[in-house]
Structures are given as structure tokens and as C-alpha cells.
Design a protein around this ligand. Structure first.
Ligand code: NAG
Ligand code: NAG
Ligand code: NAG
Ligand code: NAG
Ligand code: NAG
Length: 522
């Protein structure tokens, strides 16, 4: 499989400029004695980039439905990837993959705790020091971050608010996990506390406002990169006051695997109460509705950003990426609410991109992963990708074939390390230790041995998922998603053993891949 050649073509040529052309320009400049700096503003400047990462926004269950302006301003104006995946369906490991372009087995962030490397000292001295902002900064980008970073960021044992990761010029990062009010930020390394006044503290709006000021005050000669990471639609689902009455009659969708028993699945999926109780249904419908309400402020963020870019005349030279860290479920296989599972609802993510060279209204089928974001940004910025240590690949060629050549990958890995608690939940003694995220009816969403790795085959002919669990059953699940898009039937007993063996071999290779070897799996 061909790896996208980076730095080839337009960006690099434009960046370096041509010596003779530069000389001619200098002559012209010195002739215009009264000329100001703005005249020299290089048309050679690489494109600007904005990345918006929502928290826990699914795409499978209608998570994009409330975002009409975002779909119009990014999706319709560019490309919508209908096969976008996270390589791991949990916030901290997924965000670490976005930042580094690496699979979890290479960045080694395993869960949302410091002990699992979430914003740990080893992460900071290791993978974080090679994350994409470091390279963008070397390419003279002005970089800006606002919102949720990593779940343990800013905590005392994780370097406190004084730790500002390298590569960022402006840093407005949330301490800890998503909140809408009553939170602490690290503003360029200094603590800033917030209360619960909508006009001053609502986090989604604060991120919007600070990004707009950053754009106002940018240095026009340099390109910019913004990463905006709103808390929505993560719990506690606090919508802006003006949106708290929206979607009054919206309920979680009842189709597909909703409240279906997971009889042929691994043990964690065999334990939920089925059918679900009416109190669980009321709880998840409420969560579903409130999630949508919180997203309306993110939709406003996108609209205001696009307006601002237009008014400062940067819209045509800016890529805007919209995505999420992982998917989400509300009642699928009778699991109340969460992520962490290998199924489509948790691993599929929204991904829409607009920008130079991207034709409008494209629906793209090529599989794209969250580890592909970093190499795509570096590709746009003119970095030679053969010099960076990433497992993903640029997808600029998929959305802007006039700028790059490249092919889609037919196989990829999704890997996950389950979270548990060493003690038994006193409310559910029958469950024993090792589980986490348990609901009052003793249905749990995670366990230490909800640890799995899957190989996905996805091209024009095949859509297969093969997953192995690290549990005492060495459980295997196999789905033919072409025939069974909701993963209702585990076909492990029906598949030709030779096919299983081939998938097992491919999985073993992917689980230890690094860089090129992750992209060249046969
Ligand atoms: C994209 O498609 C929509 C719906 O068909 C249409 O209304 C819109 O004008 C198109 N946008 C562009 C930029 O072509
Ligand atoms: C944390 O990351 C370091 C390297 O950055 C690695 O040596 C260590 O094993 C990781 N810890 C876990 C629990 O994976
Ligand atoms: C914020 O904290 C104050 C003081 O502890 C509390 O009264 C208030 O209810 C909190 N607001 C929210 C939205 O959690
Ligand atoms: C954001 O800016 C708008 C417009 O100036 C203002 O009305 C709003 O109160 C601000 N919100 C926050 C949280 O700063
Ligand atoms: C996170 O990973 C570390 C290292 O493997 C482990 O010790 C810890 O128990 C995990 N945390 C949870 C909540 O599972």
C-alpha cells in the first residue's frame, strides 16, 4: 500500500519559494519605499488549520442531527467522512492518539488515570514532546488551545496548571474532565477559577470567545492553528440557558441494537438487565436530549468562527476539521450510557472537513482514523512526513486529490484496555471486584478484562470486524457489517477457520506495529 508522500507538491514549493522570484520581489519592495510590512505578506504562507474536538459525540445514533449550522458550514462546504473511527473508544487514550498520531500501544496511554499514563510525567517527557503542535510551531504556526485537554491535565501529580505542553503559544486548558461551570483553567500556566454565571463562565462559550479574540489579534504574516475542545456533549450535560427547553420530545433511537440482548457476546455484554427498566429508559432518554441541547452551543461556535474567518479574510485559506474523541451509546445491547465498547456506536466518530482544494458536498467512504489527523495537519503545514514518528497517514489526498496522491488503507486496528476498580461495589456484591461504571441495577459498562483488540477490514468489497478479548475465555467476536450493520450476530462459529486464522495473524501484526509497519499490513 502506498504511503502518502508528504511535503510533495504545492505546500512545500510555495513555502520555500523560488530564489529568483524572491529576489524580484525584494527589488520590487525596495522600489516601493513607502511600503509597509503588509505588502510583503507572503502569498506563500501555508494554510491555517482549526480542529474542533467534541467530547463523547457519537455519529451512529444521530449525534450530528442537532448541528445544522455545522453540517452546512463544514460538511456541505467540504467533505464528510462516513467511515471515520477512533482507534480506541475512551477520552484520554483517544485524545493522546489525536495529539501523537499513534495507536495506544505506541503512546502507552491506557486509560483515564495518571497510573495509566493520562497526562502523566512519562507522557509529558515522552509522546507529548513529539506531538503535532511541536512540529506546527517549528513551521512558524501560531498555535492556540482552548478547552478539555486530557482527563488528568493540571492535577497536582500531573505537573499542576504550570505545565503547558510544548508547541502551544496560547493555552486555555481545562483542569481535569469536562465541566460546563465551576472549573479551573490553566491560562498559559496560571490558574484561573470560574464560577457558574452563564455570561462569564459557560465553558463552550468561553472557548468560542477566546478563539475569536485570538483570531482578531493574530499575526497576519504567520499561519495559525487552533484546537478547540468543548465539553459538549459530555456529562453533566449542562446546556446554555437558552437551549434548555429544546428537543422536548426527542428520545434515544429505538432501532438497531437498542435494548437487544447481547447473548452471543463477551461476558460484560451478557450481564445487562434485558429488557431495560423504565427508570433506565427515562434516564437515558434524558441524557440523549440534554446531550443534543449542549451541542447547540458548539453549533454556535462553528458559525461564529466561520463568520470571523470570513470577516478577517482567512476563510478561503483555512481548513476546519470537526470531530469527536469517541462515540457513545444510549441503550444499545441494554447498556444504559457510556462508550468503551468495540461496537460501531462507540468507535465511529463524526468527521467533516472544509478547506483549500476540498470540493463542496463530498461524501467520502475511505476509512479515516483519529491517528490520521496529526499527519494530515503536518502534511498541510509542509512537514516531510517521513521525518515524523506517526502510525497514521495523511488523508489530504482523500479530500483534496488535486493536491496529493494517496490510497486508502484496507485494514486498521482498534485496541482498548478496560478500566476497573480493585474492590467490589458494596451495592452489588454479586459482581465481585474488577468492574467500573456500574449503574444502580448493577449493570456495569467496563471491567479490567473488557480489554480487546480488533482488526477491521473495510474496502469496497468487505466490511469485517474481528476482535479478541484478553479475558479468561479468550473470547472472540466476528461481525460481517455488510450484512449485519448493527452487530446483532457474532458469526465466529460460521466463518471458515482459515479466514479466522488470517484475521488473527493480521491482528497480531497490527498490535505490535509502529510507523510504516502500521500502514503496510498485508
Ligand atoms: C450542497 O448540497 C446542498 C444540498 O443538496 C445544497 O443545498 C448546497 O447548495 C450545496 N452546497 C454547495 C457549496 O455546493
Ligand atoms: C507509561 O508510558 C511509559 C513510556 O512513556 C511506559 O514505559 C509505561 O509502561 C507506560 N505505563 C503503562 C501503564 O502502560
Ligand atoms: C457551582 O458551585 C457553587 C458553590 O459551590 C454551587 O452553589 C453551584 O450550584 C455550582 N453550580 C453548578 C452549575 O454546578
Ligand atoms: C462571550 O461573548 C458574548 C458576546 O460578546 C457574550 O455575550 C458572552 O457573555 C460571552 N461568554 C463568555 C462565557 O465569555
Ligand atoms: C489504569 O491503568 C493502570 C496501569 O495499567 C492501572 O494500574 C489502573 O488500575 C488503571 N485504572 C483503572 C481505573 O482501571
Amino acid at each position: 500500500m502506498a504511503v502518502v508522500r508528504s511535503g510533495s507538491g504545492a505546500t512545500r514549493a510555495r513555502q520555500r519559494g523560488h530564489p529568483a522570484a524572491a529576489l524580484a520581489l525584494l527589488t520590487l519592495l525596495s522600489a516601493l519605499l513607502t511600503c509597509c510590512v503588509r505588502c510583503a505578506e507572503p502569498s506563500a504562507k501555508p494554510s491555517n488549520i482549526i480542529l474542533i474536538v467534541a467530547d463523547d459525540q457519537d455519529v451512529e445514533l444521530g449525534g450530528m442531527t442537532p448541528m445544522k449550522k455545522t453540517k452546512a458550514l463544514i460538511g456541505d462546504a467540504g467533505a464528510t467522512f462516513v467511515n471515520a473511527f477512533t482507534v480506541t473508544p475512551l477520552c484520554c487514550p483517544s485524545r493522546s492518539s489525536i495529539l501523537t498520531g499513534r495507536y495506544p500501544h505506541n503512546h502507552e496511554v491506557r486509560n483515564n488515570s495518571l497510573s495509566g499514563n493520562c497526562s502523566s510525567a512519562l507522557w509529558q517527557t515522552g509522546p507529548e514532546s513529539e506531538a503535532f503542535p511541536v512540529f506546527l510551531s517549528k513551521q512558524k504556526y501560531q498555535t492556540f488551545f482552548a478547552g478539555k485537554y486530557l482527563n488528568q491535565y493540571g492535577k497536582k501529580d500531573g505537573g499542576d496548571v504550570g505545565h503547558v505542553p510544548p508547541g502551544w503559544n496560547q493555552w486555555h486548558a481545562l483542569v481535569g474532565n469536562s465541566q460546563y461551570y465551576n472549573y479551573t483553567l490553566s491560562v498559559n500556566g496560571k490558574e484561573e477559577k470560574h464560577g457558574d454565571l452563564y455570561e462569564e463562565d459557560y465553558l463552550t462559550d468561553l472557548i468560542t470567545n477566546r478563539s475569536l479574540s485570538f483570531l482578531e489579534n493574530r499575526i497576519p504574516q504567520q499561519p495559525f492553528f487552533l484546537m478547540l475542545s468543548p465539553p459538549a456533549p459530555h456529562s453533566p450535560w449542562t446546556a446554555a440557558p437558552q437551549y434548555q427547553k429544546e428537543f422536548g420530545d426527542v428520545k434515544a433511537p429505538r432501532d438497531g441494537s437498542f435494548d437487544k440482548p447481547g447473548k452471543d457476546k463477551h461476558w460484560l455484554l451478557r450481564q445487562p438487565v434485558n429488557p431495560m427498566s423504565s427508570s433506565s429508559l427515562a434516564f437515558l432518554d434524558n441524557a440523549y436530549r440534554k446531550r443534543w441541547q449542549t451541542l447547540l452551543s458548539v453549533d454556535d461556535m462553528v458559525e461564529l468562527l466561520v463568520k470571523k474567518l470570513d470577516s478577517i479574510k482567512e476563510l478561503d485559506n483555512t481548513y476546519i476539521f470537526y470531530t469527536s474523541d469517541n462515540g457513545y451509546h444510549t441503550g444499545q445491547f441494554s447498556l444504559p450510557i457510556d462508550k468503551r465498547q468495540l461496537y460501531e456506536f462507540d468507535i465511529r466518530i463524526p468527521l467533516m472537513v472544509r478547506g483549500p482544494g476540498i470540493k463542496p458536498n463530498q461524501t467520502l467512504q475511505a476509512p479515516v482514523l483519529n491517528i490520521d489527523l496529526a499527519p494530515t495537519f503536518l502534511d498541510i503545514s509542509g512537514v516531510n512526513l517521513s521525518t515524523v514518528n506517526v502510525d497514521g497517514q495523511s488523508f489530504l489526498s482523500q479530500m483534496a486529490p488535486s493536491l496529493r496522491n494517496g490510497t486508502a488503507r484496507p485494514f486498521f486496528l482498534v485496541e482498548y484496555t478496560g478500566e476497573g476498580l480493585p474492590t467490589t461495589d458494596p451495592a452489588c456484591p454479586k459482581l465481585g471486584p474488577g468492574l467500573s461504571q456500574c449503574f444502580p441495577d448493577c449493570v456495569c459498562e467496563d471491567a479490567y478484562n473488557n480489554t480487546y483488540a480488533c482488526v477491521r477490514t473495510l474496502d469496497s468489497e468487505n466490511n469485517l470486524q474481528y476482535c479478541e478479548f484478553a479475558d479468561s475465555e479468550s473470547f472472540v467476536e466476528v461481525y460481517n457489517l455488510k450484512l449485519d450493520p448493527h452487530q446483532l450476530e457474532n458469526i465466529i462459529k460460521k466463518v471458515d477457520p482459515l479466514v479466522l486464522q488470517a484475521m488473527n495473524q493480521r491482528l497480531i501484526k497490527l498490535q505490535s506495529c509502529e510507523g510504516n509497519s502500521c500502514r503496510d499490513i498485508k
